[in-house]
Each structure stands twice: as structure tokens, then as C-alpha cells.
Ligand binder design. Structure first.
Ligand code: SAM
Length: 217
């Protein structure tokens, strides 16, 4: 059955994870300080790290820091990489700063993404991997800024797009579909959806998810 397959995949994915005290501490400290448990799964962190290595990322941009758990995977992905992460919730920002104190290559900016992204562009900043993992109301705007801020041949990763598409059927929200239509019309990128199994989730409806992966041409 599907459930059995999920269980086997979860086990094998977990077998491949090499956790570190730094990563474990980020999760336990975030939980202790009352942050929601909506960080990426450990196996997803490994995927993100591998993607950064494949694109040889020197500069990574993250939209949506929470407690800095995903940030740490980026910080440890490629030797010499620099990570810039944006978070608008002061509490999340403070916890993320704590969780990344020993990561000297991480900068966490306190501010709303749509305020910070134009500033990064005005400063002429460019990135090799952009991870979009914030709210969904402004997703198309984030994507447009990401395209402007990404070096040619490098990548943009939008998390949870599959769930936005599949949940739209339930709640009538069309945010996932709107993003797909938006990206489809963008001649500057080649993009696809990569479905994943969020095997760390318990609710069956949350088991199937996936991300949009785009390369800037
Ligand atoms: N990337 C994190 C991880 O995997 O460890 C999880 C990020 S969590 C799903 C989303 C975060 O985005 C929350 O901490 C939220 O406060 C932040 N956020 C939501 N909308 C934002 C915005 N417009 N600007 C900046 N941060 C935002």
C-alpha cells in the first residue's frame, strides 16, 4: 500500500541523514521557545544542500527564516558559501540569530520580504540559489524578485507548491495555480514541479507535497 511505501521511504531517508548537534539544537531551541514546527524536514535539508552543491552556490538567499533550521543546511552546503535570510517576525528572527551564532557566513535580515528584496536588488546583490519559504499571499512577487536577483544558470526553489495546488481543491484557494500560470509565462526561466513525500508529517493530507524548481536562463 501507499502507507507502507511511505514508511519504507521515511526509514531509508532517515538512515541517510547525518544530523549534527548544531542542527539538533536549532530544532530543540526553536520548540522550547514556542516557534511553530513548520521547518523543513531533515531529508529536505539534505536535498537543499545537495542542490546548492550542484549549482556551486556562493550566495544563497532564503525568504522565510523561522528558527534558521533550513538556513543551517545552506550555511554548511558549499565551502565559502554566504547565506542571506529574510524574516519579518522579530521573535523568529531572534531565535534564528541564536541558532546560527556559530555560523559566521549567515546574515539574517529582520524585515518583510517585499521591503528587503528591492533593497538587495538596489545594492546589486546576486544569488545562485533562492529558497522561497514564506507566506503565500505575495508568492508571485517573491518569484519575480528572485528571478531578478538570481545569476544566469542558477536556481530558484519554491517550497510547498504541490500542497498549495492540492489543497486548493479543498479550500477554493488558487494561489498554487496562480503561481504556475505566472511562472509559465516567464520566458526568463525553465521550471518544473518536483513532487515529494513529506514523510515526517503525520496527517495523510500532508504526505504528498513538492516544490517548484526553476533555472534562470
Ligand atoms: N525556512 C524555514 C525552515 O525550513 O526552517 C521555515 C520558514 S516558515 C515555513 C515561514 C517563515 O516566513 C515564518 O517564520 C514567517 O514568519 C516568515 N514570513 C512569512 N511572511 C513573511 C514575509 N512577508 N517576509 C518575511 N518573512 C515572512
Amino acid at each position: 500500500s501507499l502507507q507502507r511505501a511511505f514508511k519504507i521511504v521515511t526509514q531509508a531517508q532517515n538512515d541517510l541523514i547525518k544530523s549534527t548537534p548544531q542542527l539538533d539544537h536549532a530544532l530543540s531551541n526553536s520548540a522550547a521557545q514556542g516557534l511553530p514546527s513548520i521547518a523543513i524536514a531533515p531529508a529536505q535539508g539534505v536535498s537543499l544542500s545537495i542542490l546548492c552543491q550542484l549549482v556551486q552556490a556562493r550566495h544563497v538567499l532564503e525568504i522565510g527564516t523561522l528558527g534558521g533550521y533550513s538556513t543551517l543546511f545552506f550555511a554548511n552546503s558549499v565551502p565559502g558559501v554566504k547565506v542571506t535570510s529574510i524574516e519579518y517576525n522579530p521573535k523568529h528572527h531572534a531565535v534564528a540569530k541564536e541558532n546560527t551564532t556559530d555560523a559566521t557566513n549567515v546574515e539574517i535580515i529582520l524585515g518583510a520580504a517585499l521591503d528587503v528584496l528591492p533593497k538587495l536588488a538596489a545594492e546589486g546583490r546576486k544569488f545562485d540559489f533562492v529558497f522561497i519559504d514564506a507566506d503565500w499571499d505575495e508568492q508571485r512577487e517573491y518569484f519575480d524578485w528572485a528571478v531578478k536577483l538570481t545569476n544566469k544558470g542558477k536556481a530558484i526553489y519554491v517550497d510547498n507548491v504541490v500542497r498549495q495546488l492540492t489543497e486548493a481543491e479543498a479550500d477554493g484557494s488558487e494561489k498554487g495555480r496562480a503561481l504556475i500560470d505566472h511562472v509559465r509565462q516567464d520566458e526568463r526561466v525553465e521550471a518544473t514541479l518536483i513532487p515529494t513525500l513529506s514523510t515526517h508529517k503525520v496527517k495523510t493530507s500532508e504526505l504528498v507535497d513538492g516544490y517548484l524548481l526553476a533555472v534562470v536562463k
